[in-house]
Design a protein around this ligand. Structure first.
Ligand code: HEM
Length: 490
C-alpha cells in the first residue's frame, strides 16, 4: 500500500515539481542571468530578427572585438577567432577534450564511438580508421562505390522526374549518402535510394536521435533533460524509442557482416571486427561511421545545389571546366580525372565556407585557461568554435565575406587550400576529419554528374534556408527542386 502511494503519478509529479523547485533555487545564479544576450536566448527573442540561431551567433561574433562571446546561461564560450581555434584544437589540445558533459549528452546515441570519446578509446578507433581511410587506394574504392550508386540509382531516379517534376533533393541526397556509406563502411546495401521503398527505418530513427540529442545540448538548465530521461517523459521517451531501434538495426548489420564473413573484406566494419569482439562497442562504431559519412555529405550536397540555384554563372563555369578537361558529355572514369577540376573544388569549398555541414563543434575546458585573444575560460566551460560564423567574419574573409565567390580559392586557376584553423570545416589539429579526401571525392563526382545531366532549379529561389536543430546542418522542410534534362552539347 505504501509503495502504491509513493508510486502514484500525482504524488510522483508533486515530488518532481518540489525537486525541480529546489534545483532551480540552487542553480538560480547560473541560469537566470539577466544580461541582454542570455535573455534573448532564453526568450528566443533573437528569432524576431534572425532566421537561425547560427545567424544570430554570427551577428554577435561579428560585433565582438575579440570575435568571441560568452552565453552565461549555457556556460558556453563561442569563438570565431582562428587563433583561438588553433589553440583549442592543437596547441592546448589536452586541455580541451570532448569531456564528460558532451559524452553524457550524446552517450545514449553515440555510446563509445569515435565522436564521443577521448583518450585511449579515441586513439584506438582513430588508428583503426586511419588504416582504412588513410590508404591511397581509398579514393578509387570510394569512386567505384559512388559511381555505381550514381549510375544505377541516382541518375535514373532524377531522369524519371526530369520533365519538370519536383522532388526533395535533400531527401534524395540523404538516401544516396546512406546507401554509399553503408556500402563503403559495412559492405552492405540498404537500398534507400529505391524511392519505391520506404526510407530505411534505420535512417528515420537515426534522424530523430540526432535531432533529439542535439536538443539536449540546448536545454537550460541541462538537468531538465536528465530528469526527463529519468522519468521517461516527452522527447526523452522518443529518443529512447529511436535508440532502441537503432541498436536493433546496428546489431543486425553486425550479424549480417559476421554471416557474410569479415576476415578478408576491406570495409571498415570488417576491419574493426577483426580486433573488437564487444557487440556494444561494435554497435557504437557502426553508428559513428554512419553519422560521419551520411549526414555531412548530404548536408554539403544540399547546400551546394541550393547555392548553385542562386548562382547560375558558377554552374556554367563548372560545366565549361569539365568540358575542357574531360571532353563534353563524358562521365568521369577515375578519381584522377576529377582531381584537375580546380574550379569545381573551389566552388565546393566556397559553398561549405558559407554553409558548413557541421556548423559548430564544442569541447570542454579541463583547467582554467586564457585564450590567445585574452578571453578567460574557467574549468568546466563549454568552448565552441563556430565555422558557420567564421565564414561570415570580415577579419577572416574580407569585406566580401558574405558573397559566394569560388574565385577566392584560386590563384592562376589553381585551387589553393586555406589555413585549417580559419576554415575548420573538417576540423583541424589532432581530431581532423579522417574522411576528408573521401568526402571531397564523393562531393565532386555527385556534383559533376548532376550538373552535366540536369537543370536543377529551386522551387523557392532566393528564400534563405532555415535549419532544423541536429548534429549536422539540415534544411527545415527539405529542399524542393524542379528537374529538367540538359541538352547534350556537340
Ligand atoms: C563533407 C563531409 C564531411 C565533413 C564536413 C566532415 C567534418 C568533420 C568534422 C568537423 C569532424 C570533427 C568532429 C568532432 O570531433 O566533433 C570530423 C571528424 C571525423 N570525420 Fe568527418 N566530415 C565529413 C565526411 C566524413 C566522411 C565521409 C567520413 C568517413 C567515413 C568521415 C570520418 C570522420 C571521422 C572518423 C572523424 C573523427 C576524427 C577524430 O575524432 O579523430 N568524415 N569530420
Amino acid at each position: 500500500m505504501e509503495i502504491f502511494f509513493l508510486l502514484h503519478p500525482t504524488v510522483f509529479l508533486l515530488f518532481f515539481l518540489l525537486f525541480l523547485s529546489i534545483i532551480i533555487f540552487l542553480l538560480k545564479p547560473k541560469f537566470l542571468c539577466h544580461c541582454e544576450i542570455c535573455q534573448a536566448y532564453l526568450s528566443s527573442s533573437w528569432s524576431k530578427d534572425f532566421f537561425n540561431l547560427c545567424d544570430w551567433y554570427s551577428h554577435l561574433l561579428r560585433q565582438s572585438p575579440t570575435k568571441t562571446i560568452h552565453i552565461h546561461v549555457l556556460k558556453n564560450t563561442i569563438t570565431a577567432n582562428p587563433d583561438n581555434v588553433e589553440y583549442i584544437l592543437k596547441t592546448k589540445f589536452e586541455n580541451y577534450p570532448k569531456g564528460k558533459i558532451f559524452s553524457s549528452i550524446l552517450g545514449d546515441f553515440l555510446g563509445r564511438g569515435i565522436f564521443n570519446v577521448d583518450g585511449d578509446l579515441w586513439r584506438f578507433q582513430k588508428k583503426m580508421a586511419i588504416l582504412e581511410l588513410g590508404q591511397q587506394s581509398i579514393r578509387s574504392y570510394c569512386f567505384e562505390i559512388v559511381s555505381q550508386e550514381i549510375h544505377s540509382r541516382l541518375l535514373p531516379l532524377l531522369s524519371s522526374v526530369a520533365d519538370g517534376g519536383v522532388l526533395d533533393l535533400q531527401d534524395v541526397f540523404r538516401r544516396f549518402a546512406f546507401d554509399s556509406i553503408c556500402k563503403f563502411s559495412f559492405g552492405l546495401d540498404p537500398m534507400c535510394l529505391e524511392l519505391s521503398l520506404p526510407m530505411s527505418e534505420f535512417a528515420v530513427a537515426f534522424d530523430l536521435a540526432s535531432k533529439l540529442s542535439a536538443e539536449r545540448a540546448m536545454a537550460v538548465p541541462p538537468l531538465i533533460w536528465k530528469i526527463k530521461r529519468m522519468l521517461n517523459l516527452g522527447s526523452e521517451r522518443e529518443l529512447k524509442k529511436g535508440i532502441k531501434l537503432i541498436n536493433m538495426l546496428a546489431h543486425e548489420v553486425i550479424r549480417q557482416r559476421r554471416k557474410m564473413g569479415f576476415s578478408t573484406h576491406r570495409d571498415l566494419l570488417s576491419q574493426f571486427m577483426r580486433t573488437v569482439s564487444d557487440e556494444t562497442f561494435l554497435r557504437d562504431i557502426v553508428v559513428s561511421f554512419l553519422l560521419a559519412g551520411r549526414d555531412t555529405i548530404a548536408s554539403a550536397l544540399t547546400s551546394f545545389f541550393w547555392v548553385l540555384s542562386n548562382h547560375p554563372t558558377v554552374e556554367y563555369a563548372i560545366q565549361l571546366e569539365a568540358d575542357r578537361i574531360m571532353g563534353p558529355n563524358s562521365n568521369p572514369t577515375s578519381f584522377d580525372q576529377i582531381r584537375n577540376l580546380h574550379y569545381l573544388q573551389a566552388a565546393i569549398f566556397e559553398s561549405m565556407r558559407l554553409y558548413p555541414p557541421i556548423q559548430f563543434d564544442s569541447k570542454f575546458c579541463q583547467n582554467d585557461d586564457v585564450l590567445p585573444d585574452g578571453t578567460f575560460v574557467g574549468r568546466g566551460t563549454r568552448v565552441t568554435y563556430h565555422p558557420y560564423a567564421m565564414g561570415r567574419v570580415e577579419q577572416n574573409w574580407g569585406p566580401n565575406c558574405l558573397e559566394f565567390k569560388p574565385e577566392r580559392w584560386l590563384k592562376n586557376d589553381i585551387f589553393c587550400p586555406e589555413n585549417p584553423f580559419k576554415y575548420p570545416i573538417f576540423q583541424g589539429g589532432f581530431r581532423f576529419c579522417l574522411g576528408k579526401e573521401m568526402a571531397l571525392a564523393e562531393l565532386k563526382i555527385v556534383a559533376l554528374s548532376l550538373i552535366r545531366h540536369f537543370q536543377i532549379q529551386s522551387t523557392t529561389p532566393g528564400v534563405t534556408p532555415r535549419f532544423s536543430p541536429g548534429l549536422t546542418a539540415t534544411f527545415c522542410g527539405g529542399f524542393q527542386v524542379s528537374i529538367g534534362k540538359k541538352k547534350k552539347s556537340n
